[in-house]
Design a protein around this ligand. Structure first.
Ligand code: SF4
Length: 303
């Protein structure tokens, strides 16, 4: 795996993408996207707060929300009284009432989350397990792991690999890299095993840490799977690294995937739509002169 002269640097996200599809890997390489440890950017705000991932974050969100809710409640009360004299205030009171209820519900949701976070007490994943095991984010925290978010990516000069997990859970000399999957589908693919083993390698090399497993969190939920760092997942990582180097050196034209069903939800295969509603070709379609069977292309009868 030692990099030779002329071997490029490979990010963990790139090797994951190449394992998914070499064409997708090539697009990713050309866009020089940094590894963020997740399959999508931060999830959109859910109503009044971003999903918190520690007790401190929950308490912070509650601290921000309480004065807003109190102000809204007070404004609702004042406008309701004014509406007794001037009808137009009735509309304002109704709108403010809706916002007050929403703020109250958000506070309630955060309170429930705080209770769940404090009560979680599942056993830890078995570090010797050979298969992925279900795991709860809160139970890992309850078992003494501290979540960290690194500013800078980890890197290994000798293999020319770099990457940044979404979070790193730390307890003593043990580190658990955490990767976030786009959705809550529990199926894991080769790229997930390769990614976890790559992060484990980087943590072992940079920090001399012990990494028995990594965690793949499912979408925006607090559930995930503990993925063993064992010889099969390391092999996935090594194969992916070699493949990524080949893709980078191989230029823009890459072979099609063995299984075109992978195109169904691939961002590079999604047909772009003009303002007037007519469909354009996708980036992958334009470059390789075909219509990838993306679900939108199928829906529109383009393929
Ligand atoms: S659309 Fe299909 S062939 Fe093109 S990059 Fe995506 S998965 Fe690969």
């Amino acid at each position: 795996m030692q990099a030779q002269d002329g071997d490029p640097w490979v990010s963990v996200s790139l090797l994951g993408e190449c394992t998914f599809c070499v064409r997708a890997g090539r697009f990713q390489h050309e866009q020089s996207q940094e590894d963020t440890g997740e399959e999508q950017i931060e999830p959109p705000r859910r109503g009044w707060f971003r999903p918190p991932f520690s007790v401190a974050e929950i308490e912070l969100e509650m601290g921000k929300l309480r004065p807003k809710a109190a102000t809204l409640a007070l404004a609702t009360l004042v406008t309701t009284v004014l509406a007794l004299f001037v009808c137009i205030f009735g509309v304002a009171a109704a709108v403010l009432f809706v916002f007050t209820v929403r703020a109250g519900l958000a506070l309630l949701a955060l309170g429930n989350l705080l209770r769940d976070a404090r009560a979680a007490a599942s056993p830890e994943p078995d570090p010797g397990a050979r298969q992925p095991q279900p795991v709860s984010w809160w139970s890992l925290l309850q078992n003494g792991f501290q979540p960290h978010r690194y500013e800078d990516p980890l890197s290994d000069e000798s293999w020319r690999v770099t990457g940044k997990p979404w979070r790193i859970l730390q307890r003593g000399s043990v580190r658990i890299p955490v990767f976030r999957k786009r959705n809550e589908d529990e199926r894991l693919y080769r790229q997930h095993f390769a990614r976890i083993a790559a992060y484990a390698h980087l943590l072992e090399r940079s920090e001399g840490a012990t990494v028995p497993y990594g965690v793949v969190l499912l979408g925006s939920s607090y559930c995930g799977l503990a993925v063993p760092v064992d010889p099969p997942s390391k092999k996935q990582f090594h194969d992916a690294l070699i493949l990524a180097r080949t893709v980078i050196k191989g230029g823009p034209h890459q072979p099609p995937p063995h299984n075109p069903s992978m195109c169904r939800s691939c961002v590079w295969g999604k047909p772009m739509t003009e303002d007037n509603g007519s469909s354009y070709q996708s980036p992958c379609g334009e470059r390789y002169d075909w219509v990838p069977p993306h679900e939108k292309a199928i829906r529109k009868g383009l393929v």
